[in-house]
Design a protein around this ligand. Structure first.
Ligand code: BTN
Length: 321
C-alpha cells in the first residue's frame, strides 16, 4: 500500500494531492495515508504536507529502494522481487540463504553498503555506503553443472552492455568477468552455485559495480587498478536508472541463453573482450602458466597456448602481460 501511495504522489510530482483524494483512491483511511507518508519521509522521500492542500512529493532519495527500481522496470523476471538493505554482510550470502529457502528466480538482494563484501579468490570487496551497486541475482537455470561458468560470462556481457548503453563508455571484459574501462576495473562478478548431482539447483550472481565511488573511496593499493563510472564521466550517475538498465540487459541475455544456449552469448563476449589475442599469465591455486589466450570454449573456459601445450582454464587469476 505504501508503494501505491508513492505511485500516486510520483504521478503528481511537484503538485499537491489531498489526503482525502488519496484515501478515496486507495480505499484506506486518511490516518492510514498519513502513516504511509510518515514512513516514506523516514525513508528519505521529501514530501511536503500542508493542512488544506495535502501532500506533495518533492524529492526522491538516492537509494536503491525496490519501489524506485520497480517504477518503470521493463523486465518480467529479473528484479521483479527485490530485497533491499541499508547495510548487510554480503548480498551473495543473503541471496544464497534465500535460495536455500526456495526463493524464486529473478529475486535480487541489493545493499547500500556491505560490511563483508566478498570478491573472487577469497578477496575482500570494498562496498562503501550509497555509492556503488552491490547486488546478487538468484537464478534457477535448468542446466547441467558444467554450464554454470557460462552464466558468469553472460553476467559480464550484461554489465558491459549496460555500461555502454547507459554511460556511453567502452566497457571491455577481462576473462572471466572483470569489466574494465580504459584499462581499469569498474566491476567484478562473483558467481556461486549449488548443484544436486549433476544438475544446478541455483546460481547466485553477485555484481559489484563501482558507480559513484570517488578516488578516496578506494584503498590506496588498488587506486591504479580500479576506477568508477563517476570518476570516468566526471559526474554522478543515477544508480537507479543504471540498475534498471542492467536488469533489462540481463533478462534479454538470460532468455537468449535459455532458448539458444551459450553460443550467441559467447559471440557477444568475444566481441567485448580484452583477453583473447593477448599474452596472459594465469595463476591457479596450484601453478602459474603463461601463454597466448586464443579462445573461449563452448562452456566458457579460457583456452591458452602455453609452452606445455594447449590448456583450458575455468578458474584462476588472469593478468594481461
Ligand atoms: C571480484 O573479485 O571481482 C568479484 C567481486 C564481486 C562483488 C560483489 S558485490 C555484490 C556481491 N556480494 C558480495 O559479497 N560480492 C558480490
Amino acid at each position: 500500500m505504501k508503494e501505491a501511495v508513492l505511485e500516486i504522489l510520483r504521478h503528481h510530482r511537484g503538485t499537491f494531492i489531498s489526503g482525502q483524494e488519496l484515501s478515496e483512491r486507495l480505499g484506506i483511511t486518511r490516518t492510514a495515508v498519513w502513516k504511509h507518508i510518515k514512513t516514506l519521509q523516514q525513508e528519505g522521500y521529501r514530501i511536503e504536507a500542508q493542512p488544506r492542500r495535502g501532500y506533495c512529493l518533492q524529492e526522491v532519495p538516492d537509494f536503491l529502494y525496490p519501489e524506485e527500481l520497480r517504477a518503470g522496470l521493463s523486465t518480467s523476471c529479473i528484479g521483479r522481487n527485490i530485497v533491499h538493505y541499508h547495510e548487510v554482510g554480503s548480498t551473495n550470502t543473503v541471496a544464497k540463504q534465500l535460495a536455500e529457502r526456495g526463493e524464486r528466480e529473478g529475486t535480487v538482494v541489493i545493499a547500500e553498503k556491505q560490511t563483508e563484501g566478498r570478491g573472487r579468490l577469497g578477496r575482500r570487496w570494498e562496498s562503501p555506503y550509497g555509492k556503488g551497486i552491490w547486488l546478487s541475482i538468484i537464478l534457477r537455470p535448468r542446466v547441467a553443472t558444467d554450464a554454470a561458468p557460462s552464466i558468469t560470462l553472460l553476467a559480464a556481457v550484461a554489465v558491459a552492455k549496460a555500461i555502454k548503453n547507459f554511460c556511453g563508455l567502452e566497457a571491455l571484459i577481462k576473462w572471466p568477468n572483470d569489466i574494465l574501462v580504459r584499462g581499469k576495473k569498474v566491476c567484478g562478478i562473483l558467481t556461486e552455485m549449488k548443484a544436486d548431482m549433476d544438475v544446478v539447483e541455483y546460481v547466485v550472481v553477485g555484481i559489484g559495480l563501482n558507480a559513484n565511488l570517488e578516488v578516496q573511496d578506494f584503498p590506496e593499493e588498488i587506486r591504479d587498478k580500479a576506477t568508477s563510472l563517476r570518476i570516468l564521466l566526471n559526474k554522478k550517475i543515477s544508480r537507479v536508472n543504471l540498475v534498471r538498465k542492467l536488469f533489462g540487459e540481463f533478462e534479454s541475455l538470460y532468455n537468449l541463453f535459455r532458448e539458444h544456449g551459450f553460443s550467441p552469448i559467447r559471440s557477444m563476449w568475444k566481441e567485448m573482450n580484452t583477453t583473447l589475442g593477448q599474452q596472459v599469465q594465469v595463476n591457479t591455486l596450484t601453478s602459474v602458466y603463461s601463454g597466448l589466450a586464443v579462445d573461449i570454449t563452448e562452456d566458457g573456459g579460457l583456452v591458452v597456448e602455453t609452452k606445455e601445450g594447449t590448456k583450458v582454464f575455468y578458474g584462476g587469476e588472469v593478468s594481461l602481460r
